[in-house]
Write a protein of this length. Structure first.
Ligand SMILES: [Mn+2]
Length: 120
């Protein structure tokens, strides 16, 4: 299953979520759409996510501690695809993860940041 979390409070979040949904439909991949905003309880969605699911984060980023919890939940997952143009939050999350053992736990994990790309 692919879980698509998209920022519910603005149009670029809705548009970005729709683009991901479009591609998953074209691929015939199962998906669930999750509108989410800052201040919402992200971990409440963890009951819907199994360790082998894929998660898309579109125009929205969890709190650093919640991002770490997501990565630990998805230790067997193929990928977390994180698409957000808000660099400050990305920097906060990456700084937080540097202080964890997640890189040792997940040697296949890779992170790249490309601020030359944008969505809607
Ligand atoms: Mn936005």
């Amino acid at each position: 299953m692919n879980h698509v979390f998209y920022h519910s409070a603005d149009l670029d979040g809705h548009c970005g979520g729709a683009v991901v949904r479009y591609h998953l439909e074209k691929l015939g991949e199962p998906y669930a759409m999750h509108p989410i905003d800052y201040g919402d309880d992200f971990r409440a969605h963890f009951l819907d996510i199994t360790p082998k699911d894929n998660v898309f984060l579109v125009d929205w980023s969890p709190e650093p501690e919640d991002f770490e919890a997501l990565l630990r939940l998805l230790v067997d997952s193929t990928k977390v695809i994180w698409l957000d143009h808000h660099e400050r939050r990305i920097t906060e999350v990456l700084d937080h993860l540097m202080g964890t053992d997640l890189n040792a736990d997940m040697p296949g994990n890779a992170t790249s940041f490309d601020d030359g790309l944008s969505g809607c």
